[in-house]
Design a protein around this ligand. Sequence first.
Ligand code: PAF
Length: 288
Amino acid sequence: MRVITSVRIMQHLALRWRRQGVHVAFVPTMGYLHAGHLSLIRRARRLARSKGKVVVSIFVNPTQFGPTEDFARYPRDFSRDRKLCREAGADIVFAPDTKAIYPRDFSTYVVEEDLSWRMEGESRPTHFRGVGTVVAKLLNIVLPDVAVFGAKDFQQAMVVGRIKRDLNFPVKIVIAPTIRERDGLAMSSRNRYLEGPLREQALALSRAITKARGAIRQRTAIQADALRSELRTFIEQQSAMRVDYIEFFDPVTLQPVHSVDRRTHMALAVFVGSTRLIDNAALDGGRP
Ligand code: PAF
């Protein structure tokens, strides 16, 4: 496995692979890898097959963090990440620095204007502009045939799919399932911030999904507002928890629904102390 930090060298290699007909599978990450990322890399390995190449990018993208968010303290451990990438079957780790991706006079952004507004977009107004821009850049640098994103960031995956379609990126977007700890907590690099009792309290996110599923199993449809307020009360029973949003929506259009049924998708963002966690799931599934 090789580590590349230069945009020019990465793109040069990608162009050579393209000319040679080498199939490339790509996993963009911000590093501090956990089992969720590793499942994406293994999926990319299978998609690339034995003769193809797997590229993993590690770049903590400043433009997707708001001014009061955790960019500076976002966990980083490059040597551990590099080892994990090798073990999971990556061929290249692409790890540019900020200047390589955003030169001083950088002034071009990608803004998706439909799926981005609600949920994460409402709470983090510049977030998807940063994600859309860096993903577009990474796709242009790595030139993959297929890129793998996690369902844990469901809205992100949908926004990326729309950008790919609208801007005609010749890449297939694959969405891989959320990986959870044994007790149901969705894997996230930010879980490392959860100290002491916060780790236990954070289980309220996946439990809220289980509760919503249970409610739907008992009735054909439920008013979204009633279910939202029941789940908010359930989550905020825990002293350190504050709900940012709980949304019920159509999984294709991301439009909120008034009446929740088995076809509905649910997403939530909750502050656990000062750590903001997100989770989501289709309400027709089993254990989230
Ligand atoms: O999901 C992430 O880790 C990031 O948002 C991504 C897609 C790597 C873009 O920085």
